[in-house]
Design a protein around this ligand. Structure first.
Ligand SMILES: C[S@@+](CC[C@H](N)C(=O)[O-])C[C@H]1O[C@@H](n2cnc3c(N)ncnc32)[C@H](O)[C@@H]1O
Length: 314
C-alpha cells in the first residue's frame, strides 16, 4: 500500500488520490489543457501526463500561493495559472521566478490565443534571479504555499533549503521537485560506459542513484542530505500512483478510459516533501547570497592588500 502521510496539519498528501479525486475536473478540462500544452509547445520540459498529475495535486492541496522556481517556456507556469483559476475560492496567486523571459516573449503570444487576459490575473511572471528575490516580503501574506522546484544547481538548492523553507516551515506547505525519478520504476541502473555523476549535464550526461532517487540534478544530493538530517520522507509520485492504482484495478481502468494514454500515466518523474510531516525544530543550511560571498571575498582581499602595504584599511 502507498505510504500516505498525515501531517501535523492532519492532512493526507497523495498524488495518486489527488488524480483520482480530480479525475472529473481533469476530464472536463482536457481539451483546453491540450490546447495550452500545444501553445507552450515544449513537452520535453513537462509531459502532458505530468501537467495532469501536477494540476491534480495542486487542486487537492488548495494553496493560496504557488511559488514556481524556474519557468523557461512556461509549461508549469501555464499549468499552475490554470490551477489558480480553478482554485477561485482560495484566491490563489502564482509567483513565477526565472532568469529568462522566454515565456513573455515566445510563449505568451501563443497562449493568449487560447486564454483571455483575465486568465493571467493570478500570475506574476518575474524575470529575476531566484538567489536575490525578497522572499520575506513576497511570502508574508500567504497561508498555504506550494513550491515547485524546477531550477537546478547547488546555489538554488541552498536558497530553497536555507532561505525559503525556514520562512514557510510553520505554515502548511508542499514542495514538489521535478527531474527526480523513482529508481524502483526506472530502468538505467547500469553506468552504460559513462563516468561518475559530478554535476548536471542533462540530457547526455551521467545520472546518479541515491536510494530510490534517480536523477541528473544537484538538488537530488542536497535534498537527500536535508531530508536525512530532518528525518522527513522524500516521496515520489511514481510510487504513490504505482501502489495505489495496482491495488485498485477498477480505478486504474476508469482513469485510463477517462483521460487516455497521453494524459494519464503511472510514471511521474517527480518527488515531493513537506516539513509539516512532523513538528519542529528543524535544521537548515546557511544561505549566503552570492553578492555577500563576493563582498566577503572583496573585504578579505582588501584587508590582505592593506596588511601587505602596512595599512589598516585599503
Ligand atoms: C528546467 S527549466 C524550467 C522548466 C519549466 N518549469 C517548465 O515546466 O517548462 C529551469 C529554468 O530555471 C532557470 N533558473 C536556473 N537558475 C536560476 C536562478 N538562479 N534564478 C532564476 N532562474 C533560474 C533556468 O534559466 C531555466 O529557465
Amino acid at each position: 500500500m502507498e505510504d500516505m502521510i498525515k501531517n501535523s496539519y492532519n492532512q493526507v498528501i497523495s498524488p495518486a488520490m489527488a488524480l483520482w479525486n480530480q479525475r472529473i475536473t481533469l476530464e472536463k478540462n482536457k481539451e483546453h489543457l491540450l490546447k495550452l500544452i500545444d501553445a507552450v509547445g515544449c513537452q520535453n520540459d513537462l509531459a502532458a501526463y505530468q501537467w495532469a498529475q501536477l494540476l491534480a495535486i495542486t487542486l487537492d492541496f488548495k494553496p493560496d500561493l504557488i511559488l514556481e522556481l524556474g519557468r523557461l517556456s512556461g509549461n508549469s507556469t501555464c499549468m499552475f495559472t490554470e490551477a489558480a483559476n480553478l482554485l477561485e475560492a482560495q484566491n490563489c496567486s502564482v509567483i513565477s521566478l526565472c532568469l529568462t523571459d522566454d515565456f513573455q516573449k515566445k510563449t505568451l503570444p501563443k497562449v493568449l490565443r487560447v486564454v483571455s487576459e483575465e486568465w493571467l490575473k493570478p500570475l506574476q511572471a518575474l524575470k529575476c534571479d531566484i538567489l536575490f528575490f525578497n522572499y520575506e516580503k513576497a511570502l508574508k501574506d500567504y497561508n498555504r504555499i506550494l513550491v515547485f522546484w524546477d531550477a537546478h544547481g547547488y546555489e538554488v538548492a541552498e536558497c530553497v533549503l536555507g532561505k525559503i523553507l525556514p520562512l514557510i516551515a510553520d505554515r502548511p506547505h508542499l514542495v514538489i521537485m521535478h527531474d527526480l525519478s523513482d529508481a524502483r520504476y526506472s530502468s538505467g541502473k547500469e553506468y552504460g560506459g559513462k563516468q561518475l555523476w559530478k554535476r548536471n549535464h542533462y540530457p547526455e550526461g551521467s545520472r546518479m542513484r541515491l536510494g530510490h532517487i534517480d536523477s541528473a540534478v544537484e538538488q537530488a544530493v542536497a535534498i537527500v542530505d536535508f531530508a536525512s538530517r530532518n528525518e522527513i520522507a522524500l516521496e515520489s509520485a511514481d510510487h504513490s500512483q504505482q501502489t495505489y492504482f495496482s491495488g485498485n484495478p477498477d480505478k486504474l481502468a476508469e482513469m485510463k478510459q477517462l483521460l487516455g494514454k497521453e494524459f494519464f500515466s503511472l510514471s511521474a518523474h517527480w518527488f515531493w516533501f513537506t516539513l509539516n510531516e512532523r513538528p519542529g525544530p528543524y535544521t537548515f543550511p546557511k544561505f549566503v547570497p552570492p553578492v555577500e560571498i563576493h563582498r566577503t571575498f572583496l573585504q578579505r582581499f582588501r584587508k590582505a592588500i592593506g596588511i601587505l602595504l602596512g595599512r589598516d584599511t585599503f
